[in-house]
Design a protein around this ligand. Structure first.
Ligand SMILES: [Zn+2]
Length: 61
């Protein structure tokens, strides 16, 4: 499942959110603001499939 990292534009908090669908609303867990920015997830880069295949991305191709 895709986990994305977000930064709150209001309080600056970094958090990770499991996103089930593109329409999912994500809000800051600290201040509740919807003014957030999606970052590149560090978790996604560490998947075991990438490491063994040498690919820079994972998932079905
Ligand atoms: Zn916030």
């Amino acid at each position: 499942m895709p986990i994305f990292e977000y930064e709150c534009g209001k309080c600056g908090r970094l958090f990770e959110e499991l996103v089930m669908s593109a329409a999912q609303k994500v809000a800051c867990p600290s201040c509740g603001s919807a003014d957030i920015e999606k970052l590149i997830s560090r978790i996604a880069k560490k998947c075991s499939g990438c490491a063994s295949s040498g690919s820079s991305s994972c998932g079905p191709t």
